[in-house]
Write a protein that binds this ligand. Structure first.
Ligand code: HEC
Length: 281
């Protein structure tokens, strides 16, 4: 009897152990992103490539509902354009990204890159005359195109699972960009029905098929490898920007405030010395 009981207890303990093991996921890999430090900034080339990865791969299943196309070309955005003078000819030209010195920011309305990106997206709309659903080319004021009309439709084609909106996913998941990057490269090829084994996903089994393969997104810069690791790094970087587009501005303000406080502290000290000069205390 005692033996049977202890055997049963052992089974229960083992089962609980398995349950806990299954729920446990690997800690995300710590990647040295350029925005990590308190004074760090975005690597805009990586953000641009990450947009490309989102657009060509993730956008098939995930929306970016809180982002409009114009946001890409606002100051601090990956496709912000500046008017600069050409070094040799002196002619004014447009440059993507803030120049080291000089240059004037070009309003998003006049940004040809953002306009082209918006126009290649087909947006679902209602025809104002017939009232029928239609597709039309995007405008810069449009929100990003969502691949599904609603959650039921999204679940229906994803084996019942819902691909979450990615706009603020880096803030919504423990581990942030490190987790997103690790998740995208955490597959080991093991499949169970419609679920894929992923060592960084809580529970170990995710309904998202491995989205990134060797060379699936063509990069223009030949120096940048076209590997799943690089794609994952870039798209995680892009999603950090979508989640926190004003980070750089905020950090700059923080530095100015700190400098101000340091100067103020110095002045207060001198004032204190002046006021109490010659007093014994
Ligand atoms: C074929 C459709 C599909 C594609 C393409 C796809 N996903 Fe997913 N994704 C899903 C589904 C479905 C889920 C929900 C998985 C679940 O809950 O098991 C998901 C979940 C996620 C999650 C949330 C994981 C969590 O912790 O809950 C992230 C982050 C994510 N995807 C990022 C991406 C990124 C980045 C890309 C592009 C590189 C991408 N996905 C491409 C279908 C897709």
């Amino acid at each position: 009897m005692l033996r049977a009981l202890s055997a049963a207890a052992a089974v229960v303990i083992a089962a609980v152990g398995v349950a806990f093991a299954a729920a446990e996921a690997d800690h995300p890999q710590d990647y040295p992103f350029s925005f990590d430090s308190p004074v760090g900034s975005y690597d805009m080339a990586s953000v641009q490539r990450g947009f490309q990865v989102y657009n060509q791969v993730c956008a098939a299943c995930h929306g970016l509902d809180h982002l409009s196309y114009r946001n890409l070309g606002e100051e601090g955005g990956p496709f912000a354009v500046y008017r600069v003078r050409d070094h040799e000819t002196g002619e004014p030209t447009l440059q993507v990204g803030r120049p080291a010195h000089g240059g004037t920011f070009v309003d998003v309305v006049d940004n040809p890159y953002v306009r082209a990106i918006a126009e290649t997206a087909m947006i679902n709309d209602i025809d104002p005359n017939s009232g029928q659903p239609v597709e039309r080319p995007g405008r810069i004021s449009d929100r990003f195109r969502n691949p599904f009309p609603n959650e039921i439709a999204a679940r229906a084609v994803n084996g019942g699972a819902y691909p979450p909106d990615l706009t603020v996913i880096n803030l919504a998941r423990h581990g942030g960009a490190d987790y997103i990057r690790s998740l995208l490269i955490g597959y080991d090829g093991e499949v169970n029905g419609t679920l894929y084994h992923n060592r960084y996903f809580p529970g170990g089994w995710i309904a998202m098929p491995p989205p990134l393969g060797e060379g699936v997104v063509p990069y223009t810069d030949p120096e940048v490898p076209q590997t799943p690791e690089q794609y994952a790094t870039d798209v995680a970087h892009f999603l950090q920007w979508t989640a926190d587009p004003h980070m750089e501005e905020r950090k700059r303000t923080g530095i100015v405030v700190l400098a101000f406080l340091i100067v103020l502290a110095g002045l207060m000290y001198l004032a204190y010395k002046q006021v109490w000069r010659g007093e014994s205390h």
